[in-house]
Design a binder for this molecule. Structure first.
Ligand SMILES: Nc1ncnc2c1ncn2[C@@H]1O[C@H](COP(=O)(O)OP(=O)(O)OP(=O)(O)O)[C@@H](O)[C@H]1O
Ligand SMILES: [Mg+2]
Length: 429
């Protein structure tokens, strides 16, 4: 018996009974398994894909860490200039779901862990947070990781050490993602520049051709009109009417092309949004009403004046109204609303003149293309596909935007947004 105990002691180096030997052994095995698991988690955290969104990064870290640490929620915080982004992940239906909370501070570039913990306590009260900083090469915090628990949890020194190591690895992954986003943004801008240079060249060429065609076309139209007066009857009369219609259509295309590439500036003047709405309706309102469309006007007389070219803004509204007319064609209860409102977008105040219709709507895959020159879904004889690109050009030359919101089969709403200098009010769009 003694010999056996000695043998066990020799073999294991543990001076203990067989029972405590087994429990020590199993706790050693457990500890090793835990360490293995931790290593596995660190390994996974070094493989965060660079094109993941920050929400995905947060849930990814949370799901991996939850294999080895106890917590109820996880926060990935990123600092950017004076903005703080909290990507808060919580378990939801066996998965992790993330939501973003954004806070603007005076300056967060030198935020310490203690400052951050104080701030987090205000943001997420009734929770305990255990945070580590993500410190970059220059010694500045680029963000923080936080384990949230609803009651106090004391992590072991080993767990805390592991968590610190996680911070170091995650920091590297996050810097890679930042770098990737930066590079892809540059590549995107470069591609846009090439595209706009191509468009500018195309525009110049088109303007030249349009200009050249304008004079002979005016002569053709004039002469056809003269001939139409004498030849009204029979086949020749019908043919002349056709020639005249085709001529008019060509003229419209040419005028759109000229407007699209027009270099000279229009006269800017203070204008009231209600006045331009009236102007546009006086041009096409009747056309819409006789097609059986209910036209509603939701304008607000108390809105401020804007600086712009009355003629050009009117042109945009006419384009939008005609598009709305085409969209509701053949629909029962066809309705087009033109209205004005104040909006805030990207922290700027804009005056919006919108045209909304309950027509066919725009298919998702077309939404990015409708502003391209010559993009049309209409029959060859109906659309030139220049209306929206001309309108977008006009919006941009006013420092504004032309935005669209649409649901296929239900509605489309186009808003011409014109900047209001130093305007603070309005709703978020
Ligand atoms: N209100 C709308 N509802 C649904 N689709 C629209 C609406 N407005 C524009 N579109 C889509 O966007 C395309 C481009 O519009 P755009 O005004 O640039 O050209 P167009 O109307 O086809 O031709 P043009 O205005 O030059 O006669 C349209 O062909 C249509 O598919
Ligand atoms: Mg159009």
């Amino acid at each position: 018996m003694n010999g056996k105990q000695e043998l066990i002691d020799k073999l294991t180096g543990i001076r203990s009974s067989r029972k405590s030997y087994y429990s020590e052994l199993s706790s050693m095995v457990e500890e090793m398994q835990k360490q293995n698991m931790q290593l596995e988690v660190i390994n996974q955290l070094t493989q965060i894909h660079v094109n993941k969104s920050w929400e995905e990064v947060s849930t990814y870290i949370a799901s991996r860490l939850s294999q080895v640490l106890r917590f109820d929620g996880f926060v990935l915080t990123l600092l950017d200039g004076s903005d703080l982004y909290f990507y808060i992940s919580v378990p939801e239906h066996q998965e992790w779901a993330c939501r973003l909370v954004k806070r603007r501070m005076s300056d967060v570039s030198f935020m310490t862990l203690a400052d951050f913990e104080k701030l987090l306590l205000q943001e997420i009260p009734d929770h305990y947070g255990t945070s580590v900083s993500l410190i970059n090469q220059t010694g500045r915090a680029i963000g923080f990781l936080t384990l949230l628990t609803s009651s106090h949890v004391s992590y072991t020194p080993k767990e805390l050490q592991f968590y610190k190591g996680v911070g170091e690895h995650v920091r590297v992954s996050i810097e890679n993602i930042l770098l990737f986003k930066d590079v892809s943004e540059k590549v995107k801008i470069e591609a846009q520049l090439i595209q706009s240079a191509k468009l500018a060249a195309l525009g110049e060429m088109a303007a030249g051709i349009a200009h050249e065609l304008n004079s002979p076309l005016t002569a053709i139209l004039g002469n056809v009109q003269l001939l139409k007066r004498t030849i009204k009857e029979g086949r020749p009369g019908k043919m002349l009417a056709d020639i005249y219609q085709c001529g008019l259509r060509s003229k419209k295309i040419i005028q759109n092309l000229l407007a699209f590439s027009r270099q000279e500036e229009y006269q800017f003047e203070p204008i009231h949004p209600c006045d331009v709405v009236e102007d546009a309706l006086s041009l096409v309102g009747y056309q819409l009403s006789v097609s059986g469309i209910t036209v509603r006007k939701h304008t607000d007389i108390t809105l401020p004046l804007i600086e712009g070219s009355r003629h050009q803004i009117e042109q945009v509204l006419v384009n939008l109204l005609l598009n709305a007319r085409d969209a509701v064609q053949g629909k029962a209860n066809a309705e087009v609303v033109i209205g004005t409102r104040l909006v805030r977008l990207e922290e700027r105040g804009y005056l919006s003149i919108y045209v909304r219709d309950n027509g066919v709507g725009i298919e998702q895959q077309h939404l990015t293309r409708i502003f391209n020159p010559f993009f049309t879904t209409k029959e060859k004889t109906k659309g030139t596909g220049l209306g929206l690109s001309v309108s977008l050009g006009i919006a941009e030359s006013h420092g504004g935007k032309l935005v669209v919101d649409s649901k296929t089969g239900e509605y489309s709403e186009f808003s011409l947004l014109l900047p209001i200098p130093d305007h603070e009010g309005g709703d978020e769009e």
